[in-house]
Design a protein around this ligand. Sequence first.
Ligand code: KIV
Length: 306
Amino acid sequence: MSLTEPRSVDAASHSVPSSTSLKVTIPTLQEKKRNRTPISALTAYDYAMARLVDEASVDLVLVGDSLAMVMLGHDSTLAVTMEEMVLFTRAVRRGVRRALLAADMPYASYHVSVAEGVRNALRFVQEAGAEAVKVEGGRNRVELVERLTDAEISVIGHIGLTPQSVHRMGGYRVQGKSLPAAEQLLEDALALQAAGAVLMVLEGVPREVAARITAELTIPTIGIGAGPECDGQILVLHDLLNMTFAPAAKFVRRYGDAATLIRNAVESYRKDVESGSFPSDAESYHLSAETRGRYERTGTRQPRKA
Ligand code: KIV
């Protein structure tokens, strides 16, 4: 950490524009659906990025288990643990003031039993300050969603392309492409809504199917690779910023190139260090004039004789 002034209370407070400074809650998002005002959502995984996303007035910040891939370098989301998810969620909590903060239940945190799923979800709320949790799956998650809702935990469903099912799906494939599969997705969405889910992520489903589900549900849908008729959109922050070291999927729009920005900045730093132009005299600390005079008179110590 650089030697700077401690962060004051004022400096730590976010400069969110006043027209958008009201805290986002589940009812806010439900009202947006009723008013047909699109909901913006993004992932974030650390304090600095969470703070920037929040200051940009995004409605929903998700600490996605995609962090297994974009932050930890795994090749799927399956490896990330509860301990890691809680750690990242706590960091994001410190950066988010306005947006609704949701945490992703990682693989194996709700697959052994409903009771264990509830215990793990409670950790996100109690230890990390999450305001909602997200679980992947359809009708097979109804009991879990009911129990979480009973425990006063807001649940976000996630259907369609569910990355935790990558092996069962045989890869990351668009779901709901046949008529029976599209019908099943709608039934899953309705079952989760009836169980108490407050939002529904639709990932990797045909636009037409997402539009039908959005029209049938009373809770907001948040799409990723699900077309523009969803009530809101979510992207993985690293996709949006070109920080994934992989070709972008069809549904990703790149809004910035942080990889080039960082690479160029780091290369310039390295060159300045190697050429001796960093640090300059102005970037150095100095003795006072009086101490300097006395210090110089002490002379340089002679090296000891061998
Ligand atoms: O893990 C994640 O980032 C997600 C979103 C893409 C919805 O589940």
